[in-house]
Design a protein around this ligand. Structure first.
Ligand code: ZN
Ligand code: ZN
Length: 282
């Protein structure tokens, strides 16, 4: 397994310990670091070219893109989404098998003409559109375990049965057109959550047979973070192992973890290297 790490240089606290916290991982011969280029950092030979405005317009309205420009977070949002799109391309072309995407701004609250909650562009949606357009790929699955409902992703793919979106959140259970909400009660145990994944997601993924599996991974539901639903830090690693095994089984390991919600720097520092180690297991 070749694992790509798509590094975004975030201002602020959450990712302050990176890339230093990846020591010992970057040295592995099957791990590759790509820099999501950001003008304020020194250029490197692994810099990625940012996605174009035309690519943004494949998912988001020009008016919305203009509104994002006015927030002052355009550049960070663009390079966050760039990491996801470039990872998907490199996986499809066989340069790497799976990827972890550092983002400054998340995905799942960004729809075709709206954004909010710290999300500006929908990286997973842009990556899916690009794989369809450039390579003729068809079927995708997105598992969303951020604590909040992914209203943007839900809206973008609402009428598209070829994208299975399974969103674990506070909404009541619902299931329509391969858009699935699974209700997670506040105070859920790690075991009960993993049981829900095993019972509802795994059979569905095996049936659906996606070509690439995306995971909108937020850790905001961990105890003590802003979306606290009672999860332990280890929950995320256990789920990573299960989803990685599932991707290996159903889509030849094509698996992209996109960092979404979560604010605690200590959790980022301890969890992200462990997530990447799971991806890079040979
Ligand atoms: Zn969230
Ligand atoms: Zn939801």
């Amino acid at each position: 397994m070749k694992t790509g790490i798509f590094l975004y240089y975030q201002r602020g606290e959450r990712l302050r310990d990176f890339p230093e916290a990846l020591k010992g991982i970057l040295e592995k011969d099957n791990v590759f670091l790509y820099d999501a280029f950001y003008p304020s950092k020194p250029p490197s030979s692994f810099d990625l070219e940012s996605i174009s405005p035309e690519m943004l317009y494949q998912i988001h309205s020009p008016e919305m893109v203009e509104r994002v420009r006015k927030t002052g977070n355009f550049e960070g949002a663009l390079f966050s989404a760039t990491g996801t799109v470039r990872a998907a391309e490199k996986i499809w072309e066989g340069e790497i098998d799976n990827a972890f995407i550092f983002t400054g701004y998340g995905d799942h609250h960004a729809g075709t003409d709206f954004f909010g909650g710290g999300c500006y562009f929908n990286g997973a949606a842009l990556a899916i559109q690009e794989l369809r357009k450039r390579f003729g790929a068809k079927r995708f699955a997105i598992i969303d375990t951020d604590a909040h409902h992914g209203d943007g992703t839900w809206e973008i793919f609402g009428t598209d049965p070829e994208v299975l979106y399974v969103c674990f959140c506070g909404n009541p259970n619902s299931d329509e057109n391969n858009k699935v909400d699974i209700h997670v009660p506040v105070g859920v145990t790690d075991e009960a959550y993993l049981e829900m994944v095993r019972n509802t997601v795994f059979p569905r993924l095996r049936n659906f047979q996606p070509e690439v599996l995306f995971w909108n991974w937020g850790y905001d539901g961990t105890r003590g973070d802003y979306g606290d639903i009672g999860l332990s830090p280890d929950f995320h690693i256990l789920l990573a192992k299960k989803l990685k095994a599932m991707a290996d089984e159903i889509c030849r390991g094509k698996f992209i973890i996109v960092l979404c919600g979560g604010s605690r720097r200590d959790l980022a520092r301890t969890l992200i290297p462990r997530m990447i180690e799971v991806l890079a297991l040979k």
